[in-house]
Structure formats: C-alpha cells, structure tokens
Design a protein around this ligand. Structure first.
Ligand code: PMV
Length: 288
C-alpha cells in the first residue's frame, strides 16, 4: 500500500487580490488532515480529468512513467469540499505523496509543488499557487504570485475561529466574476493589497487590534468585488457582535467559510457558539 498525508489551509488576508499580484497571508491547518491510500488492483487505472484527485494521481503516475499502473485509490478527508479550506490542494498533495510512496520513489519538494499545481489548474483554471504553497507549509506564509513566499512567525497568542456557512463556495466562478469587472474592481483589489501589508506589519508588532480591524475592512472590499454572500455577511456580523476583534469571509467566496479573530480561548468559544446558533454548519478554533 502507498500512503500520503496532507493538511488544509485558510487564507487570513489577500484572497482575490493575490491573483492580481498583491500579497496574501495564509495559515496551514495542521490538525485538519487528508489521507490517501493506493492499493494494487486487477485492472488498469482510468482517469477523470474533471476530478482533481484523479488528475493528481495521473500527474504523479505520469511523472513516474506509470500511467498504465494497476492500482486503485481512496481518500479520507477532514477538509470540507469547496469551503476555501484548501481541499483540492490538500487532496492533490496527499494523492501525489501516496503514489510516490506506493512505488517507493523519493519525492522532492519542488516536484511535489509542480505536480500539485498541475492538478490545481484543473480545479481552479488559473490558480495563484497560494493554496498549494500553504498546504505544503508547516508555518503561516506571506505569498506573492510569481515572486515567492516567506514564512511568517504568527505567534500572536490569539485564536482564529473558522465558521462554515454551509454554502458551497465556487472559487473558479468567483475569480471569473472579479476578472469580468476588472477595471471597476482594481481600486478595491489595491485596497485589499494594502490591508494585507497592514496585517503583515501588525503581526510583526503583535498588534491584535490592527489585525482585526484590517480583517473587517477586507471583508467590506470583498463585498464590493461581489464575492461575498448573505450567509457570510451574516456570520461576519454575528462574530463582531459576539466580541471578535475582526471578521471576514475567507477564500474564493460565493459561500464557504468566514474567519474571526478572538483575543483568548474563552472568547473564541463564545464566538464559535454564537456562530453555530446563527447558522454556521461547523466551526473550528485555531490557535495563532
Ligand atoms: O477558495 P480558495 O481557498 O481555494 O481560495 C482561492 C483564493 C483566490 O485568491 C480567490 C484564488 C487564487 O488562485 O489565489
């Protein structure tokens, strides 16, 4: 058997604007895991290029010259689908690792990232690479498309609440929607870029209030570019009323998750309880 594991991610700042070259900050969710198993089978494997998992398996087999392999695969994922938590990237990483493990081949970081991005192109058409990079990282990162990334020390002694609206997001549709009105959206995208810079500085200064304020301001910009939905707006409001220092939607949007910043664990629990009462289908608390 071959086994591969990976974890999810959440975007703190910079979704959408990252596509236009502005910085983004994202956090790996190391406790929310995906595991892929590869086993021998009687028949040759077939591929479905509409499906990210199948495409990732293909990309890995092709790299190894084994696309006619007689194998089967399954995946166990704690990362909910289409919620901006990196499901497609995490599934691809786990699958590629599992294929290389099955064939007992070494897999270096660069090859893994190239293969993941090949599968992500199927899932997202034109991904910035942020998802793959964060799911491959053990630490928070600042990422700039086509330029690179750096690890960020996020020891803020604070808590991030992630709440699922229960509405499937649609990253591809959201990215296309922003692009369709690019000219009108450019000032808002620039503002999102500035807010990501502010959060980077506030993280360095350990200034939680500024992180929170910038998050809430970013939500307003994401509303303006048309990628938020009523359910996300509602949960953002609920989190703020429950005492969050800031809150915003996260990821591609048109559904998916919101995130909220809490000063301590007790406050995080109060906020997550309120979010569940007010319609969140699931919540997670992540220490920062
Ligand atoms: O929906 P997610 O978490 O996969 O985030 C996509 C982030 C975008 O900036 C909207 C798109 C991208 O390719 O970076």
């Amino acid at each position: 058997m071959g086994v591969g594991k990976a974890h999810g991610k959440i975007i703190l700042m910079g979704e959408h604007s990252v596509v236009y070259g502005y910085p983004a900050i994202a956090i790996p969710l190391k406790t929310i895991e995906v595991e892929c198993h590869i086993r021998p089978a009687d028949q040759r494997i077939t591929f479905d290029f509409e499906d990210t998992l199948s495409t990732a398996i293909y990309a890995a087999l092709k790299e190894l010259g084994k696309t006619a392999a007689t194998i089967t695969y399954d995946i166990k994922s704690e990362v909910p689908l289409q919620r901006g938590m990196g499901s497609s990237a995490a599934v691809s990483i786990a699958a590629i690792r599992a294929v290389f493990d099955y064939f007992e081949q070494p897999l270096d970081k660069e090859t893994l990232e190239i293969l993941v991005n090949q599968a992500e192109i199927i899932a997202h058409t034109n991904p910035s690479g942020l998802d793959a990079k964060t799911c491959l990282s053990d630490q928070a990162i600042k990422f700039i498309r086509n330029i690179g990334f750096e690890q960020l020390d996020l020891s803020l002694n604070a808590y991030l609440i992630i709440a699922d609206t229960g509405v499937h997001g649609n990253t591809r549709e959201a990215v296309d929607k922003v692009a369709a009105a690019e000219e009108a959206n450019l000032p808002y995208l620039a503002q999102l870029g500035l807010l990501a810079d502010q959060v980077e500085q506030a993280i360095k200064d350990k200034d939680l209030l500024s992180v929170g304020q910038a998050m809430t301001a970013a939500h307003a910009m994401l509303q303006k570019i048309g990628v938020s939905v009523e359910e996300s707006d509602h949960l953002v409001q609920v989190a703020l009323e429950a005492g969050a220092l800031g809150a915003k939607m996260s990821g591609g949007g048109l559904g998916g998750c919101i995130i909220a910043l809490a000063q301590n664990q007790e406050q995080a629990q109060i906020i997550s309880g309120k979010l569940e009462e007010e319609g969140a289908s699931q919540t997670w608390i992540q220490k920062l």
